[in-house]
Design a protein around this ligand. Structure first.
Ligand code: ATP
Length: 371
């Protein structure tokens, strides 16, 4: 069984001047056998360092990494039964595709030449590159090189795949195609996979579960829908979703949230989740804000259209509270994603509905989700 466990894993880099950088801080994740886990977060949050510790390319400062229950910390990369695919593909330019794919097997196994040849041909067929085996990497497109890099990982039949932003050098269309292909491959091979990306769309579409990192700390691990519907804190809420969730600084006064230019009454159930907290952040996803004909509910607000961003089948409509267009930049601009057929004019007044069953509430001081 190839469950991969990260147990209080920490990485501290020592800088030349004696200072320390905590790149990964006490991270705990259990990745199930055959699971596809996506590690996502902004640049510098510690994704690559985490992956490199799993691969054995970076030492672990404290904590333990286990594969199938046995400790990996002291094992050399070649002893780990883990294959890694890099963003840069890392192919040897002077070798043919076949040589690139055979190399690892020749080095680390005692398979005979015929078996290696057959294994490589099979993997090349799986990746649809069997007609490219005699070419060199310089004679291949980016997408073809990425297939070779993936083919080289699968010939080793590893217990774990690690992928570090493998699609980021491909153009948008090719990237979308390869995403599906990697998912299918992972499902067919049923290999435990950790996939690093900074792209939340890639994370949402590919992962069985997603682990969100920020500044070396694990913010939340969960299925894409859990992260979308029940973010553990404001960071995850803002990171998952495009356009990002709207946030309003509010103070909670006796069952009403008082914001800049609006008041939002809460039902008693929701208000009770806030307890004694007064400084809160109200969050609502753009797709949960709707534009309605007239204000009939306490959660309907007169707003002014600041900008309309047509997206084809949808429009992102940027709104500010109040019905007077202003020359100044509004403090509380927020965005509603609405159907593209609806005509919305800039500077017009519209009624925006922010339904209570769609709002998220966070503690302003800690960022933790309260509701
Ligand atoms: P990106 O998406 O930009 O690749 P990342 O999430 O993969 O970022 P890491 O490369 O893991 O982030 O880096 C995490 C932190 O550790 C950063 O602050 C980085 O500057 C620091 N770091 C990484 N490698 C080293 C190193 N060899 N020495 C010192 N600091 C390092």
């Amino acid at each position: 069984m190839a469950e991969l466990t990260l147990d209080a894993v920490t990485k501290v880099f020592q800088e030349g001047d004696g200072s320390e950088v905590v790149a990964v801080d006490d991270v705990n994740i259990d990745i199930g056998d055959g699971e596809f886990l996506v590690l996502v977060g902004p640049s510098g949050c510690g994704k690559s360092t985490t992956l490199r510790m799993i691969a054995g390319l970076e030492t672990i400062s404290s904590g333990e990494i286990r594969l199938g229950g046995s400790r990996l910390n002291e094992k050399q990369p070649a002893e780990r039964d883990i294959a890694m695919v890099f963003q840069s593909y890392a192919l040897y330019p002077h070798m043919t595709v076949r040589q690139n794919m055979s190399f690892g097997l020749e080095e680390s196994t005692d398979l005979d030449d015929d078996t290696i040849r057959e294994t490589v041909t099979d993997a090349a067929t799986t990746m649809g590159i069997e007609n490219l085996l005699d070419r060199k990497p310089g004679e291949l497109s980016g997408g073809q090189q990425q297939r070779v890099a993936l083919g080289r990982a699968i010939v080793r039949d590893p217990e774990v795949f690690l992928m570090d932003e493998p699609l980021s050098n491909l153009d948008a269309k090719l990237r979308a195609g390869m995403r599906t292909e990697i998912q299918r491959l992972q499902e067919d091979l049923d290999v435990t996979t950790v996939y690093v990306t900074h792209d939340q769309t890639e994370a949402m579409t590919m992962g069985d579960r997603i682990a969100v990192l920020d500044d070396g700390e694990l913010m939340q691990v969960g299925s894409p829908l859990e992260l979308y519907h029940r973010p553990a804190n404001q960071f995850v809420a803002g990171f998952i979703g495009d356009p990002s969730m709207n946030f309003f600084d509010v103070s909670h006064e006796g069952g009403t949230l008082v914001g800049d230019g609006f008041e939002y009454p809460l039902s008693s159930d929701v208000a009770s989740d806030l307890g004694e907290t007064t400084d809160c952040v109200l969050g609502v996803r753009p797709e949960d804000v709707s534009l309605v004909e007239s204000a009939t509910d306490a959660h309907d607000f007169r707003t002014t259209v600041e900008v309309v961003e047509p997206m084809g089948n949808e429009n992102n409509v940027y709104l500010s509270f109040g019905d007077e267009p202003s020359d100044e930049e509004p403090d509380q601009r927020f965005v509603a994603t609405v159907g593209g057929l609806r005509r919305v004019e800039r500077d017009s007044t519209v009624v925006a509905r922010i339904p209570e069953d769609s709002v998220h509430l966070f503690d302003a001081a800690t960022g933790d989700a309260l509701h």
